[in-house]
Design a protein around this ligand. Structure first.
Ligand code: ATP
Ligand code: FE2
Length: 324
C-alpha cells in the first residue's frame, strides 16, 4: 500500500466538514452543521458559520488523523458563493502552511466517486439528488455526461420550499417523508418530464396550493410519488440509452426510503444492480472531497493558487476525468 493521505474540506452549503482518507479507508472526519434559525439556508450566514468553525474542524481532524498529509482537496464548486470562498481560502492557507499541493474538486463528482468507493458499483448510471442539484449522470470518454437534469430547482430544495410553505422546519425532506407514511390517498400533481429533463418548481407550488384543500400527509405522499416517478423514469431511460447495468444513488435526498424502493423496483425489473452508499456518504461530507482529491492526486492533478478560484456554477460535465 502507498501512504497517500488527503485532507478534504467540504462547505458548499449547510455542512462544514473536514476529513482525512487514505487508499484503504476514512482516517478521520469532523463536521459542523449549520442550521438556520428560521427559514432556509442564508448563504452569508452559512459562510459566517463556516468561518467560525473551520479552524477547530481542521485542527481536530489533523489531531485525530494527523501524521503526514499528501495534499489538501476542497470543493471548487458548485455551491453557494460565500460558502465556497470561505472554505477555499482556508484550503489555500492550509496547503501553504503544510507545504503540500492543493486540489480543487467538483462537488457533484465527489458525491459519485465516494459511492463508487463505498459500494461495489463500478460504472453506474448515477442519480444525484440533493438540495440544489438533481442530475442523472454516467461516465463516457473522459467526462461524466449529464443525461438529464432539473430545469429549475433541485428536488431537495423543492421539498424544503414546500415544507416551509406549510409550516414545517428546514430541512423539510425528512419531515415530508414521515408525513407521507400516514397518507390515505393520492392527489394529482403536475408530472413534468421534458425530453430527459425534469422540473420541480411548479410541483412545489401546486403542492402548496393542494395542501389548502387536502390532508397534508396526502399531499406529502403525492409530492413524493410524483417527483420520484419523474426521477426514476429519467434514470431508467439513461440505463436504456447507455446500456449500463448499475444504478448508484447519491446526494442527501437519497436518504429517502420511498425513493430507494422505487429505484430498487425499477432496477429489479430491468435486471440492473442498484447501489446505495451508507448514509454518512450520501449527503454533503468531507470524506467524498478527500477521496476524489486522492483519485486526482494519484492521476497527477494539482491546482495552482492562481487556478484555485471557486465557481458556484461548476458543472460536473465540465470537469475532465483523468482518474478513470
Ligand atoms: P448540494 O450542494 O449537492 O446540492 P446540499 O447542500 O443540498 O448539497 P445534501 O446533504 O446533499 O446537501 O442534501 C440536503 C437535502 O436533502 C435537503 O434538501 C434535505 O431536505 C434533503 N433530504 C435529507 N433527508 C431526506 C429524506 N429522508 N427525504 C427527502 N429529502 C431529504
Ligand atoms: Fe452535495
Amino acid at each position: 500500500m502507498s501512504d497517500i493521505t488527503i485532507l478534504g474540506l467540504e462547505g458548499t452549503a449547510w455542512n462544514l466538514s473536514a476529513a482525512i482518507v487514505n487508499e484503504i479507508d476514512v482516517v478521520a472526519e469532523t463536521i459542523a452543521a449549520y442550521k438556520p434559525a428560521a427559514g432556509g439556508i442564508h448563504p452569508r450566514e452559512a459562510a459566517q458559520h463556516h468561518a467560525n468553525h473551520i479552524n477547530r474542524i481542521v485542527r481536530e481532524t489533523l489531531e485525530k488523523g494527523g501524521n503526514t498529509i499528501s495534499a489538501v482537496a476542497f470543493s471548487q464548486g458548485p455551491g453557494l458563493g460565500p460558502c465556497l470562498r470561505t472554505v477555499a481560502t482556508a484550503a489555500r492557507a492550509l496547503a501553504l502552511s503544510l507545504d503540500v499541493p492543493l486540489i480543487g474538486v467538483n462537488h457533484c463528482l465527489a458525491h459519485i466517486e465516494v459511492g463508487r468507493w463505498k459500494t461495489p458499483a463500478k460504472d453506474p448510471v448515477a442519480l444525484y439528488v440533493s438540495g440544489a442539484n438533481s442530475q442523472v449522470l454516467a461516465y463516457r470518454m473522459g467526462h461524466y455526461r449529464v443525461f438529464g437534469e432539473t430545469l429549475d430547482i433541485g428536488i431537495g430544495n423543492a421539498l424544503d420550499k414546500f415544507a416551509r410553505s406549510v409550516g414545517l422546519q428546514h430541512p423539510g425532506g425528512p419531515k415530508v417523508e414521515e408525513l407521507a407514511k400516514q397518507a390515505k390517498r393520492y392527489v394529482p400533481l403536475p408530472y413534468t418530464v421534458k425530453g430527459m429533463d425534469f422540473s420541480f418548481s411548479g410541483l412545489a407550488t401546486a403542492a402548496q396550493e393542494s395542501s389548502r384543500k387536502h390532508d397534508l400527509s396526502d399531499v406529502c405522499y403525492s409530492f413524493q410519488e410524483t417527483a420520484f416517478a419523474m426521477l426514476v423514469e429519467v434514470t431508467e431511460r439513461a440505463i436504456a440509452h447507455t446500456g449500463k447495468d448499475e444504478v448508484l444513488l447519491a446526494g442527501g435526498v437519497g436518504a429517502n426510503m420511498r425513493l430507494r424502493k422505487m429505484l430498487a423496483m425499477m432496477c429489479e425489473d430491468r435486471g440492473v444492480r442498484f447501489y446505495v452508499p451508507e448514509r454518512r456518504f450520501m449527503g454533503d461530507n468531507g470524506v467524498m472531497i478527500a477521496y476524489l482529491g486522492l483519485l486526482m492526486y494519484k492521476a497527477g492533478s494539482r491546482t495552482s493558487i492562481s487556478d484555485s478560484g471557486v465557481n458556484p456554477n461548476y458543472r460536473p460535465d465540465e470537469a475532465e476525468v483523468i482518474w478513470r
